[in-house]
Design a protein around this ligand. Structure first.
Ligand SMILES: [Zn+2]
Length: 604
């Protein structure tokens, strides 16, 4: 866009006080609604399904028009009504930005970061107009080297410079987070499209060349997956915004960028060529968020088209949008050769073991887990393992089951890739374009008929069982068709109490109790602080060592504090019931090994 209309919504944002973590935002509305202008801040950020009430971080707000104050009436926790005025109406407010996550905003002497959902008031009724943002640096020579990273197009700014940026509408504005500071900047191309990774936080000896080479493989593979012929990326430019910290992990997807947090130890070091677990995890995270560029930022559930930002948006399809994204994130790593087949099968086994660990999987389907994400998956408590199933991990196994079933039953003619491409063509490609297909989301019923249409199979029984049902998925036989042997290698000799523990100073606290485990049977509860086993002190680090001295069937006297009361429990020692599935590729039969290659290394 060259020139926004004079009726554009105009914001100016500047770091006001770094030590108090305050951004100041000035919003100018050329023609406010004649009956009074309603303004509101979103209650949640797309991609993170929890009501967060961002308006609670607005510290001060005032309005004026033509130099005279305009009265603001608070309508509810995140909306204001500005009294009628001729315009332009100018609002000035401060936003407290001190949440070091990808979801909100953060500001101090080291950098600034914000999501539009945290800082830009929505001008009700004028969301479709162009939105212009003037981004200013903090005052002072000390910040002269600060730059700006965002995938928002520049209107009057140099690339990476402070100045004016523009979005076609409010939805586009809040889908482009902004980073400012002295970040490291890495650039590469993927099928001709400029990609950048900006890294905030000190990372000595970063292997930039390796990171760029690995990321470009991931990005190109995904572009080619959705557009095998044209290799056309869905965006003009893409920015990975990474905050490297001592310890952290997380990401949030956007249509042309992603905000990531990682541990700096996960980033590659010059001169080290091996694939560490941390770096593999970081590439998996990048791959995951990048896959969302198609799967949820353009192919969307009907409930998100458009988003209702003032309340929960209910969909039963997060198993597809998060689960399938989780399936493809690691699959792309093996398909591009960044990890080998054995490493990939280990990752699937880890997911299987994670899903099989808790009894929540037998009570909640992935469709229900998706629907209740707002109050359950995103608000997990000590009982989550016994009540909730993850639509990420089980959803990725549903994708695996469907992919292998489709490949097996069509003798390799079709796969889940074909279904993803059909979803892309029907719903995704033109989501942000003009025309009849723009803005259309995927309905729950039409999704399943599309699977059948693309594959020529009748997959309803699988959806009934795997998506709407709570029985365990039967992966063993379908994996064996691909020459992958699945076996449970539980060590019968290892004893365990059937709890998760958390360190609290030097105490060992029960974080959660697995249903059916020996701790549950003995009456121990989450929150109990273990004191002693048969009179020997339990510390934060010696529980396994103490348990090692017992044998299957032994009786153990356990002392624990519940709040401030000492209690005694009798536990009967039993082997660890945690599943220990492992997957191993078999060289024979040859036909199965060939099917496996077509699945994991289709380009070879
Ligand atoms: Zn995701």
């Amino acid at each position: 866009m060259a020139k926004p209309s004079p009726l554009a919504i105009c914001y100016r944002i500047r770091p006001l006080d770094l030590a108090l973590h305050l951004f100041e935002v000035t919003l100018t509305i050329a023609s406010p609604a004649t009956e009074g202008q309603v303004l509101c801040l979103p209650a949640w950020i797309p991609g993170s399904y929890m009501i967060r009430e961002f308006a609670r971080n607005i510290v001060q707000i005032r309005a004026e028009s033509g130099g005279k104050p305009v009265r603001l009436k608070k309508l509810d926790k995140h909306s204001w009504l500005a009294q009628p005025c001729a315009g332009p109406l100018v609002l000035t407010y401060q936003v407290y930005a001190w949440d070091l996550s990808v979801r909100t905003a953060h500001l101090d002497q080291t950098h600034g970061f914000f999501n539009g959902t945290s800082v830009f008031l929505q001008v009700q009724g004028q969301e479709a107009r162009p939105h212009v943002v003037d981004i200013l640096p903090p005052e002072g020579e000390a910040f002269a080297a600060w730059r700006v990273a965002t995938a928002l197009p520049e209107l009057k700014a140099k690339r990476y410079g402070f100045g004016t940026y523009v979005a076609a509408n409010y939805d586009e504005l809040i889908d482009h987070p902004v980073e400012m500071g002295e970040f490291a900047l890495l650039r590469f191309r993927a099928h001709g499209v400029p990609h950048e990774m900006v890294i905030t936080g000190r990372v000595p000896n970063l292997d930039r060349a390796r990171l760029c080479a690995d990321l470009s493989k991931i990005c190109e593979a995904q572009i080619a997956l959705f557009e095998p012929v044209s290799k056309k990326a869905p965006m003009q430019r893409y920015v990975f915004m990474t905050l490297a910290v001592g310890d952290g992990y997380g990401g949030l997807e956007h249509r042309a960028s992603t905000a990531l947090i990682c541990a700096r130890a996960d980033l590659p070091v010059k001169g080290q060529a091996e694939m560490s677990e941390g770096y593999r995890g970081f590439l998996g995270l990048c791959s995951h968020e990048y896959f969302h560029t198609w799967n949820i930022k353009r192919i969307k559930p009907a409930a998100f088209a458009p988003y209702m930002l003032d309340r929960e948006n209910y969909t039963s399809l997060l198993w597809l949008f998060e689960g399938f994204t989780s399936y493809y994130d690691d699959l792309v790593l093996v398909r591009t050769g960044l990890i080998d087949e054995a490493a990939y099968l280990k990752l699937i086994a880890k997911t299987i073991n994670g899903v099989m660990r808790g009894s929540g999987r037998l009570k909640q389907s992935v469709a229900d887990s998706s629907f209740d994400a707002w109050t359950k998956y995103y608000r997990q408590d000590e009982n989550a393992t016994n009540a909730v199933v993850s639509y990420y991990t089980k959803g990725s196994l549903v994708a695996l089951l469907l992919d292998l079933t489709i490949r097996q039953q069509t003798r390799g003619r079709k796969s889940l890739d074909d279904v993803m491409r059909a979803l892309w063509q029907r719903f995704g490609r033109d989501f942000y374009a003009e025309g009849s297909k723009a803005g259309q989301g995927v309905g729950e019923a039409e999704l399943e008929s599309l699977f059948d249409e693309v594959t020529g199979l009748h997959l309803k029984p699988i959806f009934d069982r795997a998506v709407r049902g709570t029985q365990d998925l039967s992966l063993e036989s379908v994996l064996s068709d691909f020459g992958v042997e699945m076996s449970n290698k539980r060590k019968e000799s290892k004893l365990a109490l059937g709890i998760r523990t958390a360190r609290e100073a030097n105490d060992c606290k029960v974080a959660s109790v697995f249903e059916g485990g020996v701790a549950h049977q003995a009456g121990l509860s989450a929150g109990d602080v273990l004191v002693a086993l048969d009179g020997l002190r339990v510390t934060a680090s010696n529980l396994d060592t103490l348990l090692n001295r017992y044998r299957n069937g032994d009786t153990i006297g356990v002392h624990a504090f519940r709040r401030d009361e000492l209690m005694r429990f009798t536990v009967v020692a039993k082997p660890d019931s945690a599943p220990q599935f492992s997957l191993e590729a078999q060289a024979k039969p040859l036909a199965a090994a060939r099917m496996r290659s077509a699945w994991l290394r289709p380009d070879q």
